[in-house]
Design a protein around this ligand. Sequence first.
Ligand SMILES: Cc1cc2nc3c(=O)[nH]c(=O)nc-3n(C[C@H](O)[C@H](O)[C@H](O)COP(=O)(O)OP(=O)(O)OC[C@H]3O[C@@H](n4cnc5c(N)ncnc54)[C@H](O)[C@@H]3O)c2cc1C
Length: 437
Amino acid sequence: MSLTVIGGGLAGCEAAWQAASRGRNVDLYEMRPKRMTPAHTSGDLAELVCSNSFRSEAPSSAVGALKSEMKVLHSLVLAAAEASRVPAGKALAVDRTAFARFITSAIESHPRIRIHRDEITLLPEKTDTIIATGPLTSPALTRSLIELLGTKTLSFYDAIAPIVDATTIEPSRVFRQSRYDGTKDGDYLNVSLTESEYSFLVDFLRRASVRSHLPELEKPSFFEGCLPIEEMARRGEETLRFGPLKPVGLTDPRTNERPYAVIQLRRESLHGELYNLVGFQTQLSIPDQKTLFRSLFPFRSARFARYGSAHRNTYLDSPRLLAPDLSVLRFPRLRFAGQISGVEGYVESAASGLLAGILAGGEQELPPVETVLGGLVRYITTSAATPFQPMKANWGLVPEPPGRLRKRERNQRRAEISTAAVQNYARRLRLLSPLPS
Ligand SMILES: Cc1cc2nc3c(=O)[nH]c(=O)nc-3n(C[C@H](O)[C@H](O)[C@H](O)COP(=O)(O)OP(=O)(O)OC[C@H]3O[C@@H](n4cnc5c(N)ncnc54)[C@H](O)[C@@H]3O)c2cc1C
């Protein structure tokens, strides 16, 4: 019997790929381009809606370890990221167009996957289905979800960062350097701000209006790790300077000094000079953003390819609804994956899709708790936290390694344990067909 996957984003594509690679026929439903979400701009599968970064590759970071685990499990998303990577220091960042095209063509050419460009508005109860419709699940399907599961999905809002043409920034204020690196050929551009420019920025952000016409907006609440800059500015004069605008680890080669504050820019595409303003996610109205940048000396003539914006984020109360294999307790033929299942982030969404696909492809065994993937899925399906909030990869999800170790050694040890555990897990699963290159 064929498997239905709803949503052709990171989780849905990974799930469809994994299940199909294990011999299952898959019908993948993606509503774009017929019906767009407020954040997607194309009909490509697995479009990245905001940052182009899959975060750190350091094996001692939990998200780095999660990526290593996914590679061992033949992740399509990571194969696409490798094939479309752009320089970004210790992070894995991609050319978003090349990334989405890689996945679209891999899915389109898989003999066991049929793509339907349609919106699903009713949840099927009687077919094996993976729901991976993401944080911007269409309103009709959200209503069906509430009716079927008898519970309210929670909503809140994420803010996204602007993208600028770096050649249009005041050149006397830009220098290339990665943090704590010191050489001139780092992967990041840094825009230095003087003390008075920084104060102007904070003052402006505190006074500026935020968009008031967000649909279905109840009371906006944001993750602590992804606060809009205006919210951070409201928390204190120095909050931004100790947060995304921190100058530590950077030396302006022209003055040989650490700048007062820095806006870091990370490359967006392999070709051209588009960069996003790291951590500069904002809810400000576009006219306010234009006024702000025109008044901030380094950006006075800058051309922006995209201004920041804010969007809905929908996810389930998963610990109360889902079994450890991501299936719905009351409707075991339905599984959830991706951001809607209560994980947070590109890598985590793809990882949960990968697991949902492996299980829907006929495997029974869950990943060991020593792996970040195992720990993450265990957390979202069993957490006692109320209200439940989506979770990113972090080392708190896996058991403490034995012995008294310093933090750095402890994380290295956890990474070694997770690598061994995922390799053993992979050995017990059936082998996949090769990944596209
Ligand atoms: C505005 C915004 C910015 C974000 N920025 C980042 C970031 O910078 N870094 C990060 O790590 N994470 C970010 N996230 C969080 C999250 O990692 C991404 O949303 C990620 O794309 C989630 O993957 P997914 O597969 O769960 O959902 P998606 O990638 O959104 O895929 C879901 C797909 O389902 C489709 N769909 C929706 N409803 C239906 C329906 N009824 N029928 C058929 N198809 C449907 C959509 O069109 C979409 O293609 C952001 C989230 C939002 C909302």
